[in-house]
Design a protein around this ligand. Sequence first.
Ligand code: TZD
Ligand code: MG
Length: 470
Amino acid sequence: MILISGSSEREVVDLQQGDYEEMDQLAIARPLCKAAFRVLHAADIGIGVARAIRAALSGRPGGVYLDLPAKLFSQVVEAEAGARSLVKVIDPAPAQLPAPSAVKRALDVLKSAKRPLIILGKGAAYAQADEAIRALVEKSGIPFLQMSMAKGLLPDTHPQSAGAARSTVLKDADVVMLIGARLNWLLSHAKGKSWGESGSKKFIQIDIEPKEMDSNVAIVAPLVGDIGSCVSALLEAMGSTWPAPPADWMSAVNARKEENIAKMAPRLMKNTAPMDFHSALGALRTVIKERPDAILVNEGANTLDLARGVIDMYRPRKRLDVGTWGVMGVGMGFAIAAAVETGKPVLAVEGDSAFGFCGMEVETVCRYNLPVCIVVFNNNGIYRGTDLNPTGGSDPATTAFVKDARYDKIIEAFGGVGVHVTTPDELSRAVNKAMDSGKPTLINAVIDPAAGSESGRIGNLNPQSVLRKK
Ligand code: TZD
Ligand code: MG
């Protein structure tokens, strides 16, 4: 993303003389962006934009800020000189080939594995090397996990998908090959109970960013390069015969998968009011199965964590969520951008609190008549709607919202379609209708306020009281 913004006059800002909207925007943007540039002369716009494009797209992609002070806007150049000053950016995301020795090292480690695992991250999805990645995974025969925004790179229903046996494979694998996935908090930094015995694993890591290696634990086989080139190099070096992973590992993974899928199935099919997260998500899971090209936007706590596990994705880059930073309020912006950019129907599954951070954008959705269907999982609050004020005072708990609010009325104010549903059947009917019609729709989906848990599925990250622990 390149953010281009006007800014106040340099002289006034630099001397802090009190300008209208005075702010040193470049300085503020710099620590938050991959690169930040300022253009002071009209003749430099071409080169400024070229630098911004290259910075955003090369290596590990990232956001770039381009600062255009007020004085620039009044400048003029001859049309012809202006046209000549524009720069065509040649090869903005150049291939970065891995060293052959690094490819061999990675394959040697992979071959030695008794219980191998592949983890695909969003970097793998961004790389748009879908065919090569699928070929590598299938040729290796290794079980794989897909991080949230990698979901759909291979279908979540693929026979090698270990999504339903996540905790088993993380704990028991002996060699883990990361493809465009960071060992950040979403993977518990590769430490702790969920990763089994400490030191029990070897990591192979494919990433375009050399600094990513050894970020949290030692990487025995770093493979630095763009993912398409790295994966192709691995495929070629694997040759035509590559041994399948040991059968006992595959059957252990499959047994756990089947057990977990069978355990989950009845929870996803319950068709009663009030809905809980699982029964509502069970309905939406079918919608996406039948409409694999739709784009799924997702934010919230329980609404996010459970949807990630329940809703299978079938195509790459169709799932947009809060990502590594877990920021609430991205949902409507993502939904609008996805609808405008692709013209495809968008399903935005929003916690009621998450929706509150960006809900006013339904006006934009209606103004541009975008094919966006918003489902607000209304459980009367943040995580749960049943919390009590711990001080005993008359104010509601900080996590509890107005009871039984009708979010569907909000979109009606702008001419969109509002629907109030209380059962999974009603929910799927309403979503299918919205997706067929392409009309801006907001569905208020009533969820049992007692169904959620604090912080969704990441309550383990909350600080624990030393006293309570005893
Ligand atoms: N503020 C911002 C900008 N981002 C955040 N992630 C938070 C606050 C903290 N936070 C979460 O991490 S999830 C969440 C907040 C406020 C909302 C959870 O409530 P919800 O979801 O209604 O969206 P569920 O389904 O009730 O759990
Ligand atoms: Mg909620």
